[in-house]
Design a protein around this ligand. Structure first.
Ligand SMILES: CC(C)(COP(=O)(O)OP(=O)(O)OC[C@H]1O[C@@H](n2cnc3c(N)ncnc32)[C@H](O)[C@@H]1OP(=O)(O)O)[C@@H](O)C(=O)NCCC(=O)NCCS
Length: 122
């Protein structure tokens, strides 16, 4: 059964926003994003999203991403190339893999840049 949850908080300070998802009085997930201009467009960079392990695979991450899309339809982010769960989440939301950056993270992991299709030049 799908749990019902809502957005507890959306805190904006300057261009940085944080959403917290709550379920049954418990904060279970967060998303941090940064709003900026890119080629004259207003876009959102998602810097982090996470769901508590025991609450994963219930739609919390999807819910948080939809909260961003509702306000900023053009979204991009970096994800570790080996993070299959996160890549699946973003692909299920229609985001596309644009580019791989080798040795991007401090531990040597590669990053993949993903973006909503409306950010990709036709
Ligand atoms: C990546 C992450 C945020 C996903 O969060 P989540 O809350 O589990 O995401 P969702 O539940 O919305 O979707 C994840 C999966 O659950 C599935 N799902 C969603 N609702 C579901 C339900 N009611 N029942 C069963 N599965 C469901 C989705 O289809 C998706 O499945 P898939 O990966 O097999 O395609 C989470 O795994 C996490 O916190 N990972 C550690 C931090 C991290 O890596 N963050 C990303 C950094 S870029």
């Amino acid at each position: 059964m799908r749990n019902v949850f809502g957005l507890w908080a959306r805190v904006g300070q300057s261009n940085t926003f944080t959403w917290v998802a709550g379920m049954n009085e418990v904060p279970v997930g967060y998303l941090i994003a940064y709003h900026h201009e890119l080629d004259g467009r207003s876009v959102m960079y998602v810097g982090g999203v996470g769901t508590l392990p025991q609450y994963r695979k219930r739609g919390v991450g999807t819910h948080l991403m939809h909260a961003v899309f509702a306000e900023y339809p053009q979204v991009w982010l970096h994800v570790r190339a080996g993070n299959a769960n996160a890549i699946a989440l973003y692909q299920n939301l229609g985001m596309q893999q644009l580019r791989r950056l080798t040795n991007f993270y401090s531990n040597g992991d590669d990053a993949i840049i993903m973006a909503t299709s409306n950010m990709i030049p036709g």
